[in-house]
Design a protein around this ligand. Structure first.
Ligand SMILES: [Zn+2]
Length: 236
């Protein structure tokens, strides 16, 4: 814990102090650029990988970056989405999966979940992902299969997102942009889903697709996703 306490001290002196006025303004309210839904995995840092500041991202994290569909339960995720849209006026929502995801590993290799009943129950919100992998990706194994699961899961969760009434209402008016992203742990690269090409492509031109690159299987639902190619708004 000492590393954490030391960090707090350094931030107070080296980060907050020089920007005291900016931090003080944050007390007046928030106006985030986007909502960012990602995995609880400690290797992901949304503000670091997007170089954003406090107040820029409305972040929700959980095991496997899942979004329970409408009526699944009174989920914190649904509440956060509702607040993001109605309370904060956010119109860009990013679901960001990642390579080497432990949740996806457990999802496609169920014996790994032995002794983890809560995780097993939680991952039911990704049942569709498991079915998609089992039925369509039998030709892949190891990291390739895991990467495919991560990518497909982002698309499944974007679908779940659209079952939430607040999101559905905005989609019908084309007033919200949903983004499917994939973060590559070992390089820090980010890939965005392109519905027209049915694959994840680098958000920054110099980045290469996650190796081994997996082309997402064509499905009507994927093509119908109102996922935009452009990244979250640069500013408001
Ligand atoms: Zn994960």
């Amino acid at each position: 814990m000492q590393k954490l306490v030391d960090g707090i001290r350094r931030v107070q002196l080296g980060v907050v102090e020089p920007k005291r006025a900016k931090f003080a303004r944050l007390a007046n309210g928030q106006s985030p650029l986007a909502m960012f839904i990602t995995c609880a995995d400690s290797r992901i840092n949304p503000n670091l990988i997007t170089q954003t500041d406090p107040g820029d991202l409305f972040i929700v994290r959980n095991v496997g970056n899942l979004v329970p569909p409408h009526r699944a339960n009174n989920s914190g995720e649904a509440a956060a989405v509702e607040f993001a849209i109605l309370g904060l006026g956010i119109r860009d929502i990013i679901v960001c999966g990642h390579t080497h995801c432990g949740a996806m590993q457990g999802l496609i290799d169920r014996p790994r979940l032995k002794g983890l009943p809560e995780v097993r129950r939680w991952l039911r919100h990704a049942d569709s992902t498991r079915q998609i992998i089992e039925q369509n990706y039998g030709h892949l194994e190891g990291q390739a299969r895991l990467t495919a699961a991560g990518q497909e899961n982002v698309l499944v969760q974007l679908q779940n997102l659209q079952t939430l009434p607040t999101v559905a209402a905005l989609i019908s008016r084309q007033e919200i942009r949903l983004h499917g992203w994939m973060y590559k742990i070992d390089t820090g690269e980010v890939f965005g889903y392109h519905p027209d090409q049915r694959q994840f492509l680098p958000l920054v031109p110099t980045a290469k697709p996650p190796a081994p690159h997996v082309r997402v299987r064509a499905r009507a639902r994927a093509a119908a996703l109102p996922v935009q190619r452009k990244p979250a708004r640069a500013g408001r």
